[in-house]
Design a protein around this ligand. Structure first.
Ligand SMILES: [Zn+2]
Length: 271
């Protein structure tokens, strides 16, 4: 499929060399047709959790993601896939100067697309919109001229950008993005949220184990629906059951939980 081809190209050409990873993406018509042991990204019609249009997590040693079908689903697909590749288990932290208080050191969660997730920073690969992502230099202690802090600078090879990303310096969060960190001195987790009318910093629930990713993802609003969906998603009671069964071998069980979590109009595809 065209989106898978574009995503593969983004990984091989753009993301892989910068982040030192390699991967290839295939498409399968349904969950039970995915080769055992492969990481799964399920493309679904509707995620029945207010405010969530996509998220990634893991069960045991298996990372996974769900992506809701929408006008901009290829950006979400790219966002979740690249973040899975950079940090499959949602635990990669990079120490750096706090954006709140320059005297303070904090640990930033490596979520490569969050700050520059806005659709306006997406760029085309073979005509397909893919998410912009930050580079490892994003956490540099100081600004250096000529350093690329996010991939989409608007003039990169083959990148047909809507608009160059506006990450002009380390740890900058442009409009539409957010950034998450942990303060080792207090144990608190915080998020800089530049998705609303005015940027704000708020404390978020302390992540623990598998819940770490969701504690962060639940604050991530749908790009398309951010203005009308409820801000704080309420996770359904069976959310963890969904996690546990998503990658066990009883595909029927996983499908049933997906049915509960996702309103389906058409078939579900997995890429
Ligand atoms: Zn993300």
């Amino acid at each position: 499929m065209w989106a898978v081809g574009a995503l593969n190209k983004q990984i091989i050409r753009d993301f892989g060399p910068i982040w030192g990873v390699s991967a290839s993406v295939d498409m399968a018509p349904s969950l039970d047709r995915v080769t055992p042991g492969k990481w799964k990204i399920a493309l679904v019609d509707n995620i029945v959790i207010d405010g969530l249009s996509a998220f990634h997590g893991w069960v045991g040693t298996m990372p996974y993601a769900l992506v809701e079908y929408s006008k901009t689903w290829t950006i979400s697909l790219s966002h979740e896939c690249l973040e899975m590749l950079a940090d499959p288990f949602g635990q990669r932290l990079v120490p750096g100067q706090s954006i709140e208080d320059p005297q303070k050191r904090v640990e930033y969660l490596v979520e490569v697309c969050d700050p520059c997730q806005s659709d306006q920073f997406a760029y085309r690969v073979d005509g397909v919109l893919m998410s912009d992502f930050y580079t490892p230099n994003y956490f540099d202690p100081v600004f250096s001229p000529g350093v690329r802090y996010s991939f989409n600078t608007g003039n990169s090879d083959g990148a047909d950008a809507l608009q160059a990303s506006s990450i002009p310096r380390p740890r900058n969060v442009p409009k539409g993005g957010y950034l998450t960190w942990h303060d080792p001195s207090t144990g608190k987790w915080s998020q800089y949220d530049n998705m609303g009318a005015t940027p704000k910093i708020r404390e978020i629930p302390p992540p623990a184990g598998v819940l770490a990713r969701k504690a962060i993802d639940r604050f991530t609003r749908s790009r398309e629906r951010m203005f009308w969906k409820k801000r704080h998603a309420k996770l359904p009671a069976d959310f963890d059951a969904f996690d546990r069964s998503f990658f066990n071998d009883s595909v029927g069980n996983a499908k049933e939980l997906i049915k509960k979590l996702c309103r389906k109009r058409g078939g579900m595809r997995v890429v």
